[in-house]
Design a protein around this ligand. Structure first.
Ligand code: PNS
Length: 164
C-alpha cells in the first residue's frame, strides 16, 4: 500500500528545520504533500504566493514531494487528497502540548488520518519561523537557517521596510 503524507503548516517562511523534516518524511512515505494553510488567524510576513514559491524552490529535486495550499479543516483536506498521515515536527517539550492537542482533535475529527511526530536534526531544535523573521527584521544574519531563496527575500523585505 502506498502511503501519502501531508505536512501542513504556515511556513512563514520555510526554514531549514522544515526542510529537514520534509526530507525525513520523503524517505519514509511514498508521497509527501507540503500544505500551506490559506486563511490563518496570523498576519503573515510573506503572502501565500511568496510562501508557495519559496517552498517550491526549496523542495525542488525531491522527487516525491509537492507543494499545495489548503483551507478549512486539515483532516478534510487530508481525506480529499487521500493522505493517511499528518506529519508534524516536535523540537522541544514546549511544542508537545500544542501538538498533542492538535493531534487528538484531528483524531477525533477523523480516525482515518494518523499524526506522526518527527524530530528535526539537533542543529535545528531552536529554530522557528518566528525567530527567523525577528532576527532578520532587526538586521541579524539568518544564513544557514533558511534556504538561500528565503534569505534573499527576507533581505528584500528588510530593505523595503527601512525605506518606509
Ligand atoms: O505552522 P503552524 O502554524 O504550526 O501550522 C498550524 C496548522 C496549519 C497545522 C493548523 O493551524 C491547522 O491544521 N489548521 C487548519 C484548521 C484545522 O484543521 N483545525 C483543527 C485542528 S487543531
Amino acid at each position: 500500500m502506498k502511503i501519502r503524507a501531508v505536512y501542513p503548516g504556515t511556513f512563514d517562511p520555510v526554514t531549514n528545520g522544515h526542510l529537514d523534516l520534509v526530507k525525513r518524511s520523503a524517505a519514509l512515505f511514498d508521497k509527501v504533500i507540503v500544505a500551506i494553510l490559506k486563511n490563518s488567524d496570523k498576519v503573515p510576513l510573506f503572502t501565500l504566493e511568496e510562501r508557495v514559491e519559496m517552498l517550491k524552490e526549496a523542495v525542488k529535486g525531491i522527487e516525491n514531494v509537492t507543494v499545495a495550499t489548503f483551507g478549512g479543516l486539515l483532516v478534510d483536506y487530508a481525506l480529499r487528497i487521500r493522505a493517511s498521515v499528518i506529519v508534524r515536527g516536535i523540537r522541544a517539550v514546549s511544542d508537545y502540548e500544542y501538538e498533542l492537542q492538535m493531534a487528538l482533535m484531528n483524531r477525533r475529527l477523523s480516525s482515518k488520518v494518523e499524526t506522526v511526530f518527527m524530530m528535526p536534526a539537533e542543529a535545528y531544535t531552536y529554530l522557528s519561523s518566528r525567530m527567523v523573521r525577528e532576527v532578520s527584521a532587526l538586521g541579524g544574519a539568518v544564513q544557514g537557517l533558511v534556504p538561500a531563496g528565503v534569505e534573499r527575500r527576507l533581505k528584500k523585505k528588510l530593505s523595503q521596510s527601512l525605506k518606509v
